[in-house]
Ligand binder design. Structure first.
Ligand SMILES: Cc1cc2nc3c(=O)[nH]c(=O)nc-3n(C[C@H](O)[C@H](O)[C@H](O)COP(=O)(O)OP(=O)(O)OC[C@H]3O[C@@H](n4cnc5c(N)ncnc54)[C@H](O)[C@@H]3O)c2cc1C
Length: 222
């Protein structure tokens, strides 16, 4: 009933925020748990049926801070939602690494191998990568500063943070490049035999780095 009443306001009038004026706990709970999800679903269905473009809208202030040599509007849809550019609020959190200040023109944050492939293909096609070397970032703890840059593209692998215990007895684990000790499950830390709260799991020491290979291969640690 509520959804039927609210849906035209959202779809036809462009209302984007609905506020419930009630102190009643049961009503509030019902609104949050039933009405809001149902309204979101109905809105998505209505927009899909009408062919409404629901892509990210980039404000003029953000566009004004774009850097040269990057076709921002051509970022693949799978990456665009999580991409960060200089005018975005999230830029401050991804621009620099642990030791180095940076001001990348675009940070792509793929979530799986297919998106990494897309990110690299996109970056390779950009004029900027002929001037500013592409930066790959795993933990962002490296000393060289090459996992950020000024005006170029960063491919941030932080979301690929899976840690898979392949064989606890043999102490065999597979680390995603973005895996960090702080967020690794205790079982995998036990298997790896170390605990370092701030660093990336793959960078705890030169020794473990040597043994802990890549996201795609098993790594023996100790
Ligand atoms: C305070 C401090 C203490 C440290 N202590 C140690 C130590 O005890 N032992 C030790 O060995 N090192 C140590 N280091 C160095 C650092 O931890 C290592 O350089 C480590 O490799 C950084 O890993 P990262 O994934 O965080 O690096 P990032 O900064 O993400 O990357 C480092 C370099 O590798 C490249 N890169 C990152 N991910 C990939 C990828 N998936 N594929 C290809 N290239 C990639 C980046 O472009 C960059 O050039 C220390 C650094 C700091 C700041």
């Amino acid at each position: 009933m509520w959804v039927e009443q609210l849906l035209p306001l959202v779809l036809d009038e462009g209302v984007s925020t609905v506020i419930l004026a009630s102190d009643d706990e049961a009503t509030t709970r019902r609104f949050a748990e039933e009405v809001v999800p149902a309204l979101r679903d109905a809105t998505a269905r209505g927009r899909a049926a009408a062919g409404t473009d629901t892509g990210r809208v980039v404000p003029a202030a953000v566009r004004a801070r774009r850097r040269a040599g990057i076709a921002y509007d051509a970022v693949p849809p799978s990456l665009a939602e999580r991409a960060v550019e200089p005018g975005d609020a999230a830029h401050v959190a991804v621009r620099s690494t642990y030791l180095r200040g940076g001001a990348p023109g675009l940070v792509l944050r793929p979530r799986d191998t297919a998106e990494v492939v897309e990110a690299l293909a996109f970056a390779r096609a950009q004029e900027v990568t002929r001037r500013v070397p592409l930066s790959i970032r795993s933990g962002g703890h490296g000393i060289s500063g090459r996992s950020t840059n000024d005006g170029g593209i960063v491919v941030d692998l932080g979301a690929l943070d899976a840690i898979e215990v392949l064989d606890e007895r043999e102490r065999l684990v597979r680390l995603g490049p973005g895996a960090r000790w702080a967020t690794s499950p205790p079982r995998s830390r036990r298997a790896a035999g170390r605990s370092r709260p701030a660093t990336s799991a793959a960078s705890a020491s030169a020794d473990s780095r040597r043994r802990a290979a890549s996201a795609s291969s098993g790594a023996r640690t100790g």
